[in-house]
Design a protein around this ligand. Structure first.
Ligand code: SF4
Length: 193
């Protein structure tokens, strides 16, 4: 019995896993104070709901990023949404034909604020190899883009890097940004109300 007890005591104690770092603030005995921007930024960062707008091969690479090996769920993203009203990250992957431009724009405008846009791969970012009359030469001609991922197709690691950049933006964005003159001007430039 005592041997068993000794064995149990020898097992090193596992540290409690930390998934999310606390935002900067002031801590003391029994209190922690920070500001609303930081708390909301932390929540937004860790609860992004992506809408995958996949039209071709980059979409397959995204499927790989979602599956068990790369496991995008680690970033709180297992809840993909195909409803624009319940998403805050539009991920555009694949060749976007000019005819699809208005559809993409419609999806973007249906998303509630705050929202972010990730352009994955050469086609979505610049038309890629398809420099033709029918292909949109970059989705930033119809909607504003926050992060671009280069490559044809990008590796899942690059997609994860792009997601981390979006998370950084979401965490550090001021709550006032969406009401600012600069943001209003940006949307006006795209003729979005
Ligand atoms: S960037 Fe390459 S892999 Fe991605 S959709 Fe275009 S052709 Fe396909």
């Amino acid at each position: 019995m005592s041997d068993k007890k000794e064995q149990i005591e020898q097992v090193p104690k596992r540290e409690k896993p930390t998934f999310v770092d606390a935002p900067p603030g002031h801590a003391g005995t029994g209190f922690f104070a920070t500001n609303a921007d930081k708390v909301i930024g932390l929540a937004r960062k860790n609860s992004l709901w992506p809408l995958p707008f996949a039209t071709s091969c980059c979409g397959i690479e995204f499927m790989s990023t979602m599956s068990s090996h790369y496991d995008l769920s680690r970033f709180g993203m297992e809840r993909l949404s195909f409803s624009p009203r319940q998403s805050d990250l539009l991920m555009v992957m694949g060749t976007i034909a000019k005819k699809m431009g208005p559809v993409l724009r419609e999806v973007y405008t249906q998303m509630a604020e705050p929202k972010w846009v990730l352009s994955m791969g050469a086609c979505a970012s610049s038309g890629g190899i398809f420099d033709s009359y029918s292909v949109l030469q970059g989705i930033d001609r119809v909607i504003p883009v926050d992060v671009y991922i280069p490559g044809c197709p990008p590796r899942p690691e690059q997609v994860i890097d792009g997601i981390l950049k979006i998370q950084e933006l979401a965490q550090n964005e001021s709550l006032r940004r969406r009401y600012s003159k600069e943001y209003e001007d940006l949307l006006t430039k795209y003729k979005i109300d």
